[in-house]
Design a protein around this ligand. Structure first.
Ligand SMILES: [Zn+2]
Length: 407
């Protein structure tokens, strides 16, 4: 390792044009990280092949040295062991952390993609991008800053994409907004945001003033009204509702159409208004009576028609009984006992034939005569099961009216 130390000394001293390492070392600063784009290069200290390197710069004569990463670390270690007081070079990791910390805010996939899609970029920027792709971070803090500056000054975004929800809300809330660019670069964003904030303040202030004005106006109107009312009261003019009794006021709401009455009047004119109300009430009552009378007539007419229709149904069933005496009957039932099952049942006897009602709960002696239809022969020529018929409303498809039928 001894020979490498000599190289460090010789290279630094030569490149600095100084006599001792102690004089030469402080002149050197970190310049940037780098990656050889094609093939390889040689370390300017040990001459080994290198792909990644660290560039250091002499601040006095602006000479650059490209050194392999390993060599850089060893050089740093060597300088420390030499107890040289003012060494400005720091560990690689420290530079990388600083660069990464700065880049974190802006440099992402979208950032890189935007640069890549850009046709005309400077050689400097192109080199920086190459290093970022090779190493994962920018060559130096300065290079990163330059990239970000360029990005902020050139990439255009749609306005709404960059605004906060609050700012978007302001622009929607106050539609005749200040004139703003549709697309903008990041470096003028804060200016645009300031304008939006100012605009929001202006609008809020205007709204506040308007509101205040409205309140003042309302207050004034109310005062005027009160004053006028007081004057009127002194002259004997009152609101109608105060002059009328509760009974009279309720009366005005009782019928749908109210008479036209003044809102305010002189108390001397009250009898005249009362006469109007009384007349109106009489008219309403007459109309009401006529309406009820009409309704009654209509109802009666309907009842009468209903009765006729029901009578028609009864005539029909009587006709059926005459034509099919074995099928239809008019009868009243007596309490009997089912001879096999020993349970009560409703039955009717005629000419040695017994008719049994199918449902025991379907008859009440108070009904008297009911119409029934034979549904089943239980003992031939002796016992028949019958079903009670009911007068039901049916729709007649021929006349398209409701009619009644015993079914
Ligand atoms: Zn080397």
């Amino acid at each position: 390792m001894h020979y490498k130390h000599e190289w460090f000394e010789r290279t630094l001293i030569n490149a600095s044009a100084k006599k001792t390492l102690a004089e030469a070392a402080p002149e050197w600063v970190f310049a940037h990280f780098g990656a050889i784009e094609k093939g390889y290069d040689n370390c300017q200290i040990c001459h080994a092949r290198i792909v990644k390197f660290v560039a250091i710069r002499n601040t006095k004569n602006n000479v650059y040295l490209l050194i392999g990463e390993d060599c850089y670390d060893k050089l740093l270690h060597y300088l420390k062991t030499q107890k040289i007081e003012t060494v400005t070079l720091m560990e690689r990791r420290q530079y990388i952390v600083a660069i990464k910390k700065y880049c974190k805010k802006f440099i992402n996939a979208s950032f890189i993609a935007w640069f890549k899609a850009r046709k005309r970029i400077s050689e400097e920027i192109r080199k920086s991008l190459t290093v970022i792709e090779a190493l994962g971070y920018a060559p130096s803090l300065k290079a990163a800053e330059e990239l970000v500056e360029y990005y902020k000054a050139h990439r255009r975004f749609p306005l709404y994409e960059l605004l906060t929800k609050q700012e978007q809300y302001v622009l929607r809330r106050y539609p005749c907004s200040p004139r703003l660019p549709k697309t903008l670069t990041l470096n003028i964003l804060s200016e645009v945001q300031n304008r939006i904030r100012e605009w929001a303040d202006q609008c809020a202030e205007r709204e506040f003033q308007k509101l205040e004005g409205e309140q003042r106006r309302k207050e004034e109107e109310r005062r005027k009204k009160e004053k006028l009312e007081a004057q009127e009261r002194a002259q004997g003019i009152f609101p109608l509702r105060e002059l009328l009794t509760k009974q009279e006021r309720d009366l005005l709401w009782q019928y749908p159409r109210r008479p036209r009455l003044p809102e305010k009047l002189h108390k001397d004119r009250l009898p005249k208004v009362r006469a109007i109300i009384a007349r109106w009430q009489r008219v309403c009552q007459q109309q009401e009576a006529r309406r009820k009378e009409k309704e009654q007539i209509i109802w009666e007419e309907k009842q009468r028609k209903d009765q006729i229709v029901k009578e028609v149904a009864t005539t029909e069933i009587e006709e059926k009984i005459r034509k099919q005496p074995d099928q239809y009957l008019k009868c009243h039932f007596w309490r009997g006992i089912n001879p096999t099952r020993k349970i009560p049942q409703w039955e009717f006897k005629r000419d040695w034939v017994k008719y049994v009602l199918d449902r025991d709960d379907d008859y009440d002696p108070a009904e008297g005569l009911v119409y029934v239809e034979v549904t089943r022969e239980m003992v031939p020529d002796k016992v028949y099961l019958v079903m009670k018929l009911r007068l039901e409303e049916c729709y007649d498809p021929v006349t398209r009216e409701i009619k009644y039928e015993w079914i």
